[in-house]
Design a protein around this ligand. Structure first.
Ligand SMILES: Cc1ncc(COP(=O)(O)O)c(C=O)c1O
Length: 292
C-alpha cells in the first residue's frame, strides 16, 4: 500500500483539456460515474519514455466509451498527445498511466446528460505488481464468475466489471494468495482480477478463447512472442478439471507483465525455462531490446 494517499501526491493531472495541480484534480460527489459506474479507463505502462502499445490502449479506451454510449469530447489523436505530455510534465520516463472517462454531475439518475462526459489522464511511477513475481505467484479460485456477454458489455474496460475483481482479490489476499482466478458464467477458466491466463502442456500453450473477457493487449503480445519462438498457442475452452494436466502457468497484463504462476486453484506448477524466456522476451520488447 502506498504511504502517500493517491489524492495527496505531487505533480499534475490532465483534466478535460488542461493540466491541474495533482491535489486539485477533484470531482463532485454527485457524479454519475460514481453512482452508476459510468466510467471506463485504461492501464498503461511507459518504459524509458515510450508508452508500450499506446495506440492500442487509446483505441480500446475509446471503444470502451462507445460501448457505454459515451460521446467523448476528445479524439484519439488528442489522447495520444496528452498521454505523452502528461509524462513530460510529470518528469516521468518509466511510469504507469491511467486515462479515465466518466459521466459528470450535470444530471443525477439513471439517464445521463449525453454531453457531460469527462476525461482525465494521470501518470505515476510504479514497479512490479506482485512481490513474489520471480518465483511465481500463488493464485486461488474466486467464488465470483465473469459474466455472460448478454448481461454486461464484457469487452469494455469499465468500472462496473471490476466490482467482482476487488471482491475476489480481497478474499484471495486475506488467505495469503497474490490473486484470484475467476471462472466464467459457464464454469470455464476465464481470467484473474487484472490479467489473462496461459497454461503450458507438452511444449504448447493453452489460453481461454476470450469471448467473455477483455481483449488483452499483453495477451496478444504474449501470443506473438510465443509464436516467434515457434510455440503453438491454442485458444480454446479450458475446464478447471484440466488444471492438473498442465505443466506450467503464467498470467499476462499491462500491470503484471508476464508473471509466472506456481500455484493455481490448489494445483502446483513448475516455473520452467519457456515461461522464464517469454517473461524475458516481454521485458526486452518493452525496453526496445527486441522487435516483433
Ligand atoms: C480484468 C483484466 N483482465 C486482463 C487484463 C490484462 O489486459 P491488458 O494486457 O490489456 O493490460 C486486465 C488489465 O487491463 C484486466 O483488468
Amino acid at each position: 500500500m502506498s504511504v502517500v494517499p493517491f489524492d495527496q501526491r505531487e505533480g499534475v493531472i490532465w483534466m478535460d483539456g488542461s493540466f491541474v495541480d495533482w491535489k486539485d484534480a477533484k470531482i463532485h460527489v454527485l457524479s454519475h460515474g460514481l453512482h452508476y459506474a459510468s466510467s471506463v479507463f485504461e492501464g498503461e505502462r511507459a518504459y524509458d519514455g515510450e508508452i508500450f502499445k499506446s495506440q492500442a490502449h487509446t483505441d480500446r479506451l475509446l471503444n470502451s466509451a462507445k460501448l457505454l454510449d459515451m460521446k467523448v469530447p476528445f479524439s484519439g489523436a488528442d489522447i495520444e498527445a496528452v498521454k505523452r505530455e502528461t509524462l513530460e510534465k510529470c518528469g516521468l520516463e518509466t511510469a504507469y498511466l491511467r486515462p479515465v472517462i466518466w459521466r459528470g454531475s450535470n444530471q443525477m439518475g439513471v439517464t445521463a446528460d449525453p454531453d457531460d462526459v469527462r476525461v482525465a489522464i494521470a501518470a505515476w511511477p510504479w514497479g512490479d505488481y506482485f512481490k513474489d513475481r520471480e518465483k511465481g505467484i500463488r493464485v486461488t479460485l474466486s467464488d465470483w464468475r465473469r459474466p455472460d456477454p448478454k448481461t454486461i458489455p464484457v469487452k469494455a474496460k469499465a468500472a462496473g466489471l471490476y466490482m467482482i475483481c476487488t471482491l475476489s482479490k480481497h478474499a484471495a489476499e486475506r488467505e495469503g494468495f497474490s490473486d484470484a482466478m475467476m471462472l466464467d458464467w459457464r464454469g470455464l477458466i476465464a481470467e484473474c482480477t487484472g490479467s489473462h491466463i496461459f497454461f503450458l502442456k507438452d511444449g504448447e500453450l493453452h489460453t481461454p478463447k476470450g469471448d467473455c473477457i477483455l481483449d488483452g493487449i499483453t495477451r496478444a503480445t504474449a501470443i506473438a512472442l510465443a509464436e516467434r519462438r515457434g510455440v503453438k498457442v491454442n485458444r480454446r475452452d479450458i475446464r478447471p478439471e484440466e488444471l492438473s494436466d498442465f505443466q506450467g502457468c503464467f498470467v499476462t497484463g499491462t500491470a503484471v507483465e508476464i508473471t509466472p504462476v506456481r500455484e493455481m486453484a490448489g494445483v502446483e506448477f513448475e516455473v520452467g525455462q519457456l515461461i522464464r524466456d517469454l517473461a524475458q522476451d516481454y521485458s526486452d520488447l518493452t525496453h526496445g531490446r527486441l522487435k516483433l
